[in-house]
Design a protein around this ligand. Structure first.
Ligand code: NAP
Length: 277
C-alpha cells in the first residue's frame, strides 16, 4: 500500500476550508524568511498555496540576509503583540549570524505554528495536549488515516534531530508505541531497523534505508529530503524497500504534503483557543 500524502492532504484541506468558511474564522499567518535560501522559497510557496486554498491570509516578511538578530527579534515581538496575527513561522535555515533556536523560541507559544517553543515542547514532554511540530503531527495523521496501529508497535526512528526525530519519539510514546531512536553513532543500524513494525527515516542521508534493513511487511515512512541534481531524494531506497514493506510513503508526495496540511490544522486549533479565551 502506498501512503499517499498528497491525497490525504487534499482531503484534509477540503475539510479545513469548509470549517474556516462555515465558522467565519479570520486567520492570518505571518511567515518570516531571512536571506534567500532557494529551498525555503519553495516551502513558503507551498505553505502560501495551502493557506490561499483554505482562506487563510498570509503576511510575508522577506528580510535581507544582512538583517541582524536584534532586527529579527524586534519583528517577532511586533508580530507577537499584533492581535490580528494568529500564527508565526520563522523559516529555517537563517543566516549563521542569527541564532535560530533563540529567535524561534521568542515566538509567543500561542502563536507558535511549528511547535518549537519551550512551553509547547514541555507540554509534549508531559504528554499534554499541545501544538505539535507539523511534520510530527503529519506523520501521525498519515498513520491514523490508513488505520495503521501505533499502540504497541515496535517503532524505530532513524534520526534524533530537534525538528523531527526527537519530538516524534515523544509523540509516538504518548500514543503508546514502543520507540527506539537510532542515529549516526548507532552500532549495526540494520539490526535495529529490522525489528521495526513502523520504520521512520529522518536523517537527510539519501537512500540510507535499503531492502535488507527492513522487516517483511513493515510500514516505512520516509521523511528525509535531499536534493541530487535538482531532484528530491529521500532516506529510503524506495524501489527495493517497496517490495518488502506492507505500506510505504512516496518521497516526494508522502510526508511533505502532510506537513503543510498540519500547518493549517495547527492554525485552526490556535484560532479556536484564541476564540475560547
Ligand atoms: P537533523 O537535525 O540534521 O538530524 C538528522 C539526524 O540524522 C541526526 O540525528 C543524525 O544523527 C542522523 N543521521 C545522520 N546520518 C546518519 C546515519 N548514517 N545513520 C543514522 N542516522 C544518521 O535533521 P532534521 O531537521 O531532523 O531533518 C531530518 C530530515 O528530514 C532532513 O532531510 C530534512 O530535510 C527532512 N525534513 C522533512 C520534512 C518534510 O516535511 N518532509 C520536514 C522536516 C524535515 P546524529 O544526531 O548522531 O548527528
Amino acid at each position: 500500500m502506498i501512503l499517499d500524502g498528497k491525497k490525504v492532504r487534499d482531503e484534509l484541506l477540503a475539510e479545513m476550508k469548509q470549517k474556516i468558511a462555515s465558522n467565519n474564522l479570520k486567520i492570518k499567518l505571518a511567515i518570516i524568511l531571512v536571506g534567500d535560501d532557494e529551498a525555503s522559497k519553495i516551502y513558503i510557496r507551498n505553505k502560501e498555496r495551502a493557506c490561499e486554498f483554505v482562506g487563510i491570509t498570509v503576511q510575508k516578511h522577506l528580510l535581507d540576509s544582512n538583517t541582524t538578530e536584534n532586527e529579527l527579534i524586534t519583528l517577532i515581538n511586533k508580530l507577537n503583540a499584533d492581535d490580528s496575527i494568529t500564527g508565526i513561522i520563522l523559516q529555517s535555515p537563517v543566516p549563521n549570524s542569527i541564532d535560530f533556536d533563540k529567535c524561534s523560541g521568542l515566538i509567543k507559544s500561542s502563536k507558535d505554528v511549528d511547535g518549537f517553543t519551550a512551553s509547547n515542547i514541555y507540554n509534549l514532554y508531559l504528554g499534554k495536549d499541545t501544538i505539535l511540530p507539523c511534520t510530527v503531527k503529519g506523520i501521525i495523521k498519515l498513520l491514523e488515516y490508513y488505520n495503521i496501529p501505533i499502540a504497541g508497535a515496535n517503532t524505530v526512528i532513524v534520526g534524533r534531530g530537534n525538528i523531527v526525530g526527537k519530538p516524534l519519539s515523544l509523540a509516538l510514546l504518548s500514543k503508546n508505541a514502543t520507540v527506539t531512536v537510532a542515529h549516526s553513532k548507532t552500532k549495526d543500524l540494520a539490526s535495529i531497523t529490522k525489528n521495526a513494525d513502523i520504520l521512520i527515516a529522518a536523517t537527510g542521508v539519501p537512500h540510507l534505508i535499503k531492502k535488507d534493513m527492513v522487516k517483511k511487511n513493515a510500514v516505512v515512512i520516509d521523511v528525509g529530503v535531499s536534493r541530487i541534481d535538482g531532484h528530491i531524494v529521500g532516506d529510503v531506497d524506495y524501489d527495493s524497500v517497496f517490495k518488502v514493506a506492507s505500506a510505504i510513503t512516496p518521497n516526494p508526495g508522502g510526508v511533505g504534503p502532510m506537513t503543510v496540511a498540519m500547518i493549517i490544522d495547527n492554525l485552526i486549533m490556535m484560532k479556536g483557543r484564541e476564540n475560547n479565551g
